[in-house]
Design a binder for this molecule. Structure first.
Ligand code: UDP
Length: 192
């Protein structure tokens, strides 16, 4: 279920509901794309039609930001719980560990994704982080091959917005992984 806030679709799902849907996407080998929606993105999307179209192309738009909850309440919508990008990433890491799904970290400055991997391995014993790649690699073939050969199920993409959303849309249908989440500066936060 989704509701439309000023032209931008937002999902009603909680962390648990989304995690279950994403595991199902992986099991069915469906491609899905998660984008975090905050009030800044909704405001920008008012004048920027290209951004609005891009956000609406995601499979799951999560309500990241109290302003999105308020906007839903004002229009008597159903969104009550904030679902932040970083907490959704953590939930997905936890569920992937239990379900044996494989994770790839793509983005941020050289060395950061590797440090984030170490931190996630400490937090989720048994997690399978099968590859990392920094966000300044320019060779598209290297990016594609590294991700495909890892046989990851989930890719967290930390290139900033809207670069990460554009990258996901351009690549998700020809790469091996099923689930793609744009996570902004999350690797910097996790590694720090
Ligand atoms: N970044 C990247 N490649 C680039 C430009 C940026 O990997 O060509 C990374 C940057 O190192 C940082 C993240 O993208 O880790 C952007 O973080 P920010 O907090 O600015 O994200 P946003 O606020 O756009 O979600």
């Amino acid at each position: 279920m989704k509701e439309n806030i000023l032209g931008v679709d937002v999902c009603h799902d909680t962390y648990d509901e989304l995690a279950a849907k994403l595991m199902e996407d992986i099991n069915q080998r469906n491609t899905s794309f998660i984008v975090a929606i905050n009030p800044e993105k909704i405001m920008k999307a008012q004048e920027d039609e290209e951004l609005r179209t891009l956000l609406n192309k995601a499979t799951y738009q999560i309500p990241d930001g109290i302003g999105v909850i308020l906007a839903s309440k004002l229009r008597k919508g159903k969104i009550r719980e904030r679902v932040t990008g970083i907490d959704m990433m953590m939930k997905l890491c936890e569920t992937a560990t239990v379900e044996g799904k494989r994770i790839f970290l793509y983005g941020a400055k050289p060395g950061i994704a590797r440090e984030a991997k170490v931190k996630l391995e400490e937090k989720f014993p048994g997690i399978q982080i099968v590859g990392v790649l920094d966000g300044y690699e320019k060779d598209k073939q290297v990016i594609e091959t590294t991700i495909n050969e890892s046989k990851a199920d989930i890719v967290f993409v930390a290139l900033g917005s809207p670069a990460q959303e554009n990258w996901i849309l351009a690549n998700k249908d020809h790469l091996y992984p099923s689930v793609y989440q744009g996570v902004g500066g999350s690797f910097d936060v996790i590694s720090g």
